[in-house]
Design a protein around this ligand. Structure first.
Ligand code: DQA
Length: 147
């Protein structure tokens, strides 16, 4: 089973970006946490990041060819991108929406997710631990999909 962890805009700056909100964990640290969980769960992990909306759309399309599920932290595009929502709808594999912060406890514009209605589920507010949690959740789902 193959799972892609896809990260959107500004997440390349984790570690230095607004540490009071996002912590000091870097994207490389998150990848390591995901790889450890993938090993425990017996799945193969892909990990990518882009600041470009179209590149994220292309990555979702590509995932349909060679992945069984996607974990997507779409960053700010979560709240704005019909294109990402349509891409998720267009592909036939499950996508988990992931956020480090609890977006519902922040500004009102972050309470809206364009992508949540077309995702399998949402994990938000657990900081860095949300990443391995999402890998575990997707692995379990792929092994035994909930009804
Ligand atoms: C985020 C939350 C988004 O609202 C924000 O734009 C981000 C990060 C998170 O992981 O908490 O870039 O997706």
């Amino acid at each position: 089973m193959r799972i892609l962890v896809l990260n959107g805009p500004n997440l390349n700056l984790l570690g230095q970006r607004e540490p009071a909100i996002y912590g000091t964990t870097t994207l490389a640290d998150l990848e390591a946490l995901c790889r450890s969980e993938a090993e425990r769960s017996g799945v193969t992990l892909g990990f990518a990041q882009s600041n470009q909306e179209g590149v994220l759309v292309d990555a979702l399309h590509g995932a349909m060819e060679d992945q069984d599920g996607v974990i997507l932290n779409a960053g700010a595009y979560t709240h704005t991108s019909v294109a990402l929502r349509d891409a998720i709808s267009a592909i036939s594999i499950p996508v988990i929406e992931l956020h480090l912060s609890n977006t519902h406890a922040r500004e009102a514009f972050r309470h809206v997710s364009m992508i949540a209605p077309v995702c399998l589920g949402v994990i938000a507010g657990f900081g860095a631990q949300g990443y391995p949690l999402a890998v575990r959740a997707m692995a379990d789902h792929l092994k035994a999909p909930a009804p």
